[in-house]
Design a protein around this ligand. Structure first.
Ligand SMILES: NC(=O)c1ccc[n+]([C@@H]2O[C@H](COP(=O)([O-])OP(=O)(O)OC[C@H]3O[C@@H](n4cnc5c(N)ncnc54)[C@H](O)[C@@H]3O)[C@@H](O)[C@H]2O)c1
Ligand SMILES: [Zn+2]
Length: 419
């Protein structure tokens, strides 16, 4: 038995774009699922350069969450963070706590100066770089600093860094005084296209990753693609796996665009990066607006490639071996092949996916890992219902469905090492 994730909708993108506020279109709240906007939004969303799109939308995307709605800015040269801060946090006497990891400390200082220019006094707190900082120890340190500096509801927590800093600082913001305002300033590609949008914040527990956390939407997301200049090559490419994922799950046109312009992206050409980031943020914003707390099942489409990907990561260990995006890249190929074997897509889809990932410099071959470890990890997947491993798989590019009906022998064959 399979169940359509997007219920009656067959085209995920069309469904999502109706809930987007993009390209200068201003759907009334409540009308966002109305048919009449669909064509207009689709037309606005693609087929034009990012600068044209930005011009029409005032340079920003809106995550439509009613009272918690917030803007995402993909900044171009000349855009001013201090203006954005003034607009988002207008009340007087505000303070800020900027959290940055050791590798982006200088960016943290630069952000602090912008905040000060906007009237927000504050300090930069540095945490060690790496997954290990998503810990109770670091969260506790942030709570202490907030308490010592007499933080209150006018304090803004600002996360400058990758997903680690965003998740940690966001967790501190969500828990301190029942919730402080949060500003996300992502500096890795993964954080720009994924973790800084959507409100999931948290830390790790010794027994499981991201076990302690909350939903706490930011008040704004400020993305400056120029930050990516210093990002190590492997981290950058790892982020591209999530980018490709958006193409598969929601947006065949974007997938085609990546096939045509992948080289520009790999070279980190400015306009290509802005197109990629804005497009992915728009898609994620649409998913989040439609399923903020992962309740309807729609948000689960973001998990494509992650059932097998997470299993690879957990067996290899999070601190070494493979980066998240690398494991997801392999996971996507294997899960697409699984969709092929159950007759949902033809081999051409898997071949295109594999070729694109390779061109972007991502691994696609399954490493030789203990099968029992992989099974145990998949058994803990959060999509599972009553112990059954569930997958979200493509029916075609841009059309996903969930299934809990994959024969064990077939799944076992997907875990075999090799290309
Ligand atoms: N909240 C969510 O929705 C969500 C979604 C996906 C992933 N995540 C989480 O995100 C984390 C991974 O995020 P990540 O991949 O960004 O890792 P990360 O934050 O560890 O950053 C990767 C590395 O790049 C360095 N770095 C960051 N920006 C840099 C820059 N501009 N120049 C040079 N170096 C820079 C960091 O110091 C770090 O060493 C995981 O903990 C994962 O669970 C959260
Ligand atoms: Zn991921």
């Amino acid at each position: 038995m399979s169940r359509s994730v997007a219920n009656a909708e067959t085209n995920n993108l069309k469904f999502l774009l109706k809930s987007l506020h993009l390209g200068g279109i201003n759907p009334q709240r409540g009308a966002c699922l109305g048919e009449r906007f669909a064509d207009e939004v689709n037309q606005a969303a693609w087929g034009q350069t990012m600068s044209e799109l930005a011009e029409r939308s005032g340079g920003r995307l809106i995550v439509e969450l009613g009272l918690r709605r917030y803007p995402i800015v993909v900044a171009s040269e000349g855009d001013s963070l201090r203006e954005f801060v003034r607009e988002r946090f207008p009340a007087p006497e505000r303070t800020a706590l900027v959290v940055a990891d050791a590798n982006v400390r200088e960016l943290g200082e630069a952000v602090r100066r912008e905040l000060e220019a906007a009237g927000l006094r504050g300090q930069v707190v540095e945490v060690p770089a790496g997954e290990g900082s998503k810990s109770l120890e670091q969260a506790s340190r942030l709570w202490d600093i907030l308490a010592e500096s007499r933080a209150d509801r006018r304090t803004v927590v600002v996360a400058v860094g990758g997903g680690v800093v965003g998740d940690l600082a966001g967790f501190a913001a969500a828990t301190y005084a029942r919730g402080l305002a949060l500003l996300m300033v992502p500096t890795t590609l993964l954080a720009m296209v994924d973790s800084s949008v959507g409100g999931k914040v948290g830390i790790n527990h010794p027994r499981a990753k991201n076990l302690l956390g909350s939903f706490h939407q930011p008040a704004g997301v400020w993305i400056d693609p120029a930050c990516l200049r210093t990002l190590p090559e492997r981290e950058f490419r790892s982020g591209l796996a999530e980018v490709v994922k958006y193409g598969v799950i929601l947006d065949p046109e974007f997938f085609g665009w990546l096939e045509a312009h992948g080289d520009r992206v790999v070279e980190r050409e400015g306009e290509a990066l802005r197109t990629v980031i804005a497009r992915c943020c728009a898609l994620k914003a649409g998913v989040v607006a439609a399923d903020e707390r992962e309740e309807t099942g729609l948000r689960a489409i973001l998990n494509f490639g992650h059932t097998i990907g997470h299993a690879i990561e957990s067996v290899m260990g999070y601190e070494r071996g493979m980066l998240h995006g690398e494991a997801v890249s392999i996971g996507m190929v294997r899960e697409c092949r699984l969709a092929e074997r159950i007759g949902w897509v033809d081999g051409g889809v898997t071949a295109r996916l594999e070729a694109l990932l390779k061109r972007l410099g991502l691994p696609t071959a399954m490493p030789d890992l203990p099968r029992d470890g992989l099974w145990a990890a998949m058994g803990r997947d959060k999509k599972n219902v009553a112990g059954v491993v569930r997958f979200v798989l493509p029916r075609a590019l841009g059309r996903m469905e969930a299934t809990g009906n994959v024969p064990a022998a077939l799944l076992e064959s997907m875990l075999e090492p090799g290309p």
